[in-house]
Design a protein around this ligand. Structure first.
Ligand code: USQ
Length: 393
C-alpha cells in the first residue's frame, strides 16, 4: 500500500479519485485550496448535485468505510515552503496532481482569467516539481493532462500517438529516426497551460530524474463512482453551467429539464470521452505502473471513445425527445474534425471501459432528473467568447 497525496482532491476528478485510492487501502492526503468552490461563488452558480463541504465529505467517508483521509488547505501556487514541509512529514510515494484551473471557457473569459489560469497552473506544477527535488525523495508524480494538448484536426485522420511522435530527420549521414514530444496545438489558455506543463515534466525528468506520468485525458462524463454513490454526503459534483459544464453532462442536464440541446456551430467537433469511473481506475493503474527513474515522462491517452458533438446531441435527443439547437459557436475551433486516438496502454494495463451506450440512461435518470430542480436556467448558455468582440460563426 502506498502513501498518496491528491492535489486538488476536492474537485470533480480529485474527490472520486481520493475515495477510490482510499478504498483500495492506500493512505491518502488531500491538498486543496478550495478554489473551485470559490469560483462557483464568483460565477454565482453551483453544482447540479448538492455537494457537502470537504470536512463533511471526509467524516462521512470515515463513518461509511472506517478509513481516514487527511486534508491540508494550501495554495500550491504560492505556499511553496508549507508544501515542502508537508512532503517531508507525510513522505508520499506518489502525488496525483489535479490542482489546476480546468475550464477552457473560464480561462478565456477575461484578461484577468487568462492571467489567473497561467499563474495558477504553471506555478502550481513547477512548485510541485521543485518541491520534489527539494526534499530529494523518490516520489512518482501522476499528472492529469488533457487531450487538448494535441489540438484537433491538424494531423488529418492520422492517429494520435501516446505523447511522442516518430519523425525522420534528413542528416548528412542519411535519414535518422527520432521520437519527439508530440507538437502542441492548444485551443484555449487553459489548454496552453497543460502544454507548458509537458515541458516542465520533460525537463525535470531529464535533469532530476523525477518519475512523471502525464495522463492526456478526454472529456469526462458521468458523476458517480462506487464510493461517491455510497452516501448522498459523498456525492460528486456535476457542473452544468456555460463555463464549467462539459458537453455531454450539459446535454444530459438539458434533456432532464427540456432545454434545447446547445450544440455549438455545426456540432462537427469530434472529441474524446471517458467516464468518471474509468478516470479513477486509470489513476490507480498509473500509480501502480510508474516509469523507471531517469526515463522520459510516460504519457498515456486517458480516453475510451470518440464522438462528434452533434452525434451526441442526436443520441440524447432520441433517448429523451429533447430538441437539438444549433447555436453560434462562442469558441474559435474547427467546425469539423476527425479524431483517432491511440489508447492501447491503458487497455493493455487492464482497463475495461464503461461505454456511453451502457451508462447514459442511468445518468439522466439518477442524477440529471433527480436534481433538475436545482438548475438555474440563466447559467446554461455559454457566454465566454474566445476573442473580444468576435463575430460568432
Ligand atoms: N460544446 C457544445 N455545446 C456545449 C458545450 C460544449 O457544442 O454546450 C462543444 C465545444 O464547443 C467543444 C466541445 O463541445 O467543441 C467540448 O467542449 P467541453 O466544454 O465539453 O470540453 P473542453 O472545453 O475541451 O474542456 C473539457 C474540460 C477540460 C479537459 C478537456 C478535455 O473542461 O478540463 O481538459 O475537456 S479535451 O476536450 O479532450 O481537451
Amino acid at each position: 500500500m502506498k502513501k498518496i497525496i491528491v492535489l486538488g482532491g476536492d474537485g470533480f476528478c480529485g474527490w472520486p479519485t481520493s475515495l477510490h485510492l482510499s478504498s483500495l487501502g492506500h493512505e491518502v492526503m488531500i491538498v486543496d485550496n478550495m478554489s473551485r468552490r470559490k469560483i462557483d461563488i464568483d460565477l454565482e452558480t453551483s453544482s447540479l448535485t448538492p455537494i457537502s463541504n470537504l470536512g463533511e465529505r471526509i467524516s462521512t467517508w470515515h463513518e461509511v468505510s472506517g478509513k481516514t483521509i487527511e486534508f491540508r488547505n494550501l495554495n500550491l501556487a504560492s505556499d511553496f515552503d508549507r508544501f515542502v514541509t508537508i512532503l517531508r512529514e507525510f513522505q508520499p510515494d506518489a502525488i496525483v496532481h489535479f490542482a489546476e484551473q480546468r475550464s477552457a471557457p473560464y480561462s478565456m473569459k477575461s484578461t484577468d482569467n487568462k492571467r489567473y489560469t497561467v499563474d495558477n497552473n504553471v506555478r502550481a506544477t513547477h512548485n510541485v516539481l521543485s518541491a520534489i527535488v527539494e526534499v530529494g525523495a523518490d516520489i512518482h508524480l501522476v499528472h492529469l493532462g488533457t487531450m487538448g494538448v494535441y489540438g484537433y484536426g491538424w494531423a488529418g485522420d492520422s492517429s494520435i500517438p501516446e505523447g511522442y511522435l516518430e519523425v525522420t530527420l534528413d542528416t548528412s549521414s542519411g535519414p535518422k529516426r527520432k521520437e519527439i514530444l508530440h507538437p502542441a496545438d492548444p485551443g484555449s489558455v487553459y489548454h496552453m497551460t497543460k502544454t507548458l506543463d509537458q515541458l516542465l515534466f520533460a525537463f525535470y525528468a531529464k535533469n532530476d530524474r523525477i518519475q512523471v506520468t502525464d495522463l492526456h485525458q478526454g472529456i469526462v462524463w458521468g458523476t458517480q463512482t462506487a464510493q461517491t454513490a455510497l452516501d448522498e454526503r459523498l456525492i460528486n459534483r456535476f457542473d452544468y453551467d456555460g463555463d464549467y459544464g462539459t458537453v455531454l453532462n450539459r446535454f444530459l442536464m438539458q434533456a432532464a429539464i427540456g432545454f434545447p440541446l446547445t450544440v455549438h456551430g455545426t456540432g462537427g467537433q469530434t472529441r474524446a470521452f471517458i467516464h468518471i469511473n474509468d478516470t479513477v481506475r486509470c489513476i490507480e493503474l498509473a500509480i501502480s505502473n510508474p516509469p523507471e527513474r531517469g526515463e522520459r515522462p510516460m504519457i498515456l491517452n486517458q480516453v475510451t471513445e470518440s464522438h462528434r458533438v452533434r452525434d451526441l446531441a442526436e443520441m440524447v435527443s432520441k433517448m429523451t425527445g429533447t430538441e437539438v439547437q444549433f447555436l453560434p459557436n462562442p469558441r474559435l475551433e474547427a467546425n469539423e474534425n476527425t479524431l483517432n486516438v491511440e489508447n492501447n496502454k491503458f487497455l493493455d494495463l487492464g482497463l475495461t471501459p464503461t461505454t456511453l451506450s451502457e451508462g447514459l440512461l442511468a445518468e439522466v435518470r439518477d442524477i440529471a432528473q433527480k436534481y433538475s430542480f436545482r438548475v438555474d436556467r440563466s447559467k446554461i448558455l455559454a457566454k465566454s467568447l474566445w476573442r473580444k468582440g468576435m463575430i460568432s460563426q
